[in-house]
Design a protein around this ligand. Structure first.
Ligand code: HEC
Ligand code: HEC
Length: 340
């Protein structure tokens, strides 16, 4: 028998052995297993240095205190991503921060704000992201997200340099005529990080998990007209996708997003131009930022429904678009988004 009271060398050796076995079993083997079974997705881009700095700002500002980055496989998370998250989404081993640190997966657990897994896809407008960080209530009335004003600087108009990101905030709004608000490097980095948050496409042939009905999902009936036309609820799509920029009352935000209420484009007899704008985005006027294309986010039925909702609400009165028209315009503008 080994006498551990007298034989200290054996005491140390046995402890070391137990330590090594446990470490292998609990840490090393599972890590290797994960590494072998969850290769990064082929379409997953490498983080740029700027996005990485933005990630550090995201961590430092404690954004995950209110935001998750995990799309669960339940119906209520369907608006946050094209598919439920899979382990490979978090595989960043090629993207280590340095030799010792992996870039953290900021899954989060609090859902005070929307899930951000796919926010770069859902809300791809830099102008919107900047304004929203500067003051969420300027773009989302009643938002409870705090302002991140310290990521911005108020400067004299004369001091604005080319390359500066200038916010559409007027001198009167600031109570300081002649001043402008510009983004600091931290804000630019953070927005670059937010815009990089996109679900990578699954390799062809791989089937995504299905979204299961959430417990207690509200089965609110659709408006009768939509059901008759076999279309989804255009009002709900407007609230989820368009209202963030064009505002819930469709009156827009001066200097940033145009009004859809009373817009001549919306009220044109032919819906063709409006379909083009929603499918392919729009960047026509210097006083507004660009509108991101929605072709990849919304199906033909969803686009038809939301267009018809806008054309018949907010005091607008224009004939509806057909799904057929949206389908054929998609083939011209965004053929890459047609599902086989
Ligand atoms: C106190 C909780 C809270 C904190 C902290 C917070 N947010 Fe939010 N966030 C919200 C809420 C609530 C919303 C939904 C209302 C809105 O859009 O403003 C939101 C919305 C967002 C959106 C828009 C998402 C979408 O789908 O339209 C983004 C992007 C965002 N937050 C980023 C951030 C970033 C970056 C930080 C850290 C700098 C942060 N949030 C900190 C609560 C929070
Ligand atoms: C990220 C912000 C954003 C989102 C989301 C967005 N838009 Fe826009 N939209 C804009 C901006 C900015 C313009 C103006 C672009 C320009 O003129 O340069 C615009 C222009 C338009 C116009 C032209 C209106 C006019 O009178 O000039 C229509 C129509 C429109 N959007 C419809 C929609 C619909 C429908 C949705 C939802 C499916 C939507 N938009 C979502 C930002 C957005």
């Amino acid at each position: 028998m080994i006498d551990l009271h007298k034989d200290q060398a054996n005491l140390v050796n046995i402890s070391l052995l137990v330590f090594a076995l446990l470490s292998t079993g609990i840490a090393v083997a599972p890590a290797l297993h994960l590494q072998d079974n969850n290769a990064p997705l082929p379409g997953m881009p490498k983080m740029t240095a700027q996005e990485r700095r933005g990630l550090a700002v995201y961590v430092a500002e404690g954004c995950m205190g209110c935001h998750t980055q995990q799309v669960r496989n339940i119906e209520m998370d369907k608006t946050w991503g094209a598919r439920p998250s899979i382990p490979s989404d978090y595989y960043y081993s090629k993207q280590r921060m340095n030799v010792w640190q992996q870039s953290p997966s900021l899954l989060g657990s609090e859902r005070t704000g929307p899930d951000l897994t796919n926010v770069g896809q859902r809300q791809a407008s830099e102008a919107w992201q900047m304004l929203h960080l500067y003051d969420p209530r300027m773009v989302v009335k009643g938002s409870v997200m705090p302002r991140y004003g310290w990521l911005f600087q108020t400067v004299d108009s004369a001091a604005v340099q080319s390359g500066d990101v200038v916010l559409p905030v007027t001198g009167e709004q600031l109570g300081a005529p002649g001043k402008k608000v510009v983004a600091t490097q931290k804000a630019k980095d953070l927005v670059a990080y937010l815009l990089s948050l996109k679900q990578a496409p699954l390799p062809s042939g791989v089937q995504a998990d299905a979204f299961l009905p959430s417990p207690g999902a509200d089965g609110k009936p659709l408006p009768a007209a939509a059901v008759e036309a076999g279309l989804p609820d255009g009002g709900a799509i407007f609230s989820q996708v368009c209202a963030a920029c064009h505002q819930p009352d469709a009156k827009g935000l001066p200097g940033a997003f145009p009004a859809l209420a009373g817009s001549p484009i919306v009220n044109e007899e032919s819906p063709a131009k409006m379909i083009d704008i929603v499918l392919g985005g729009y960047d026509a006027r210097p006083e507004f930022g660009p509108m991101p294309p929605q072709a990849a986010n919304l199906s033909d039925a969803e686009i038809t429904a939301v267009i018809n909702h806008v054309r018949s609400s907010f005091g607008n009165n224009a004939p509806p678009a057909t799904q057929e028209a949206v389908r054929s315009q998609r083939a011209v503008i965004a053929p890459e988004t047609i599902a086989e």
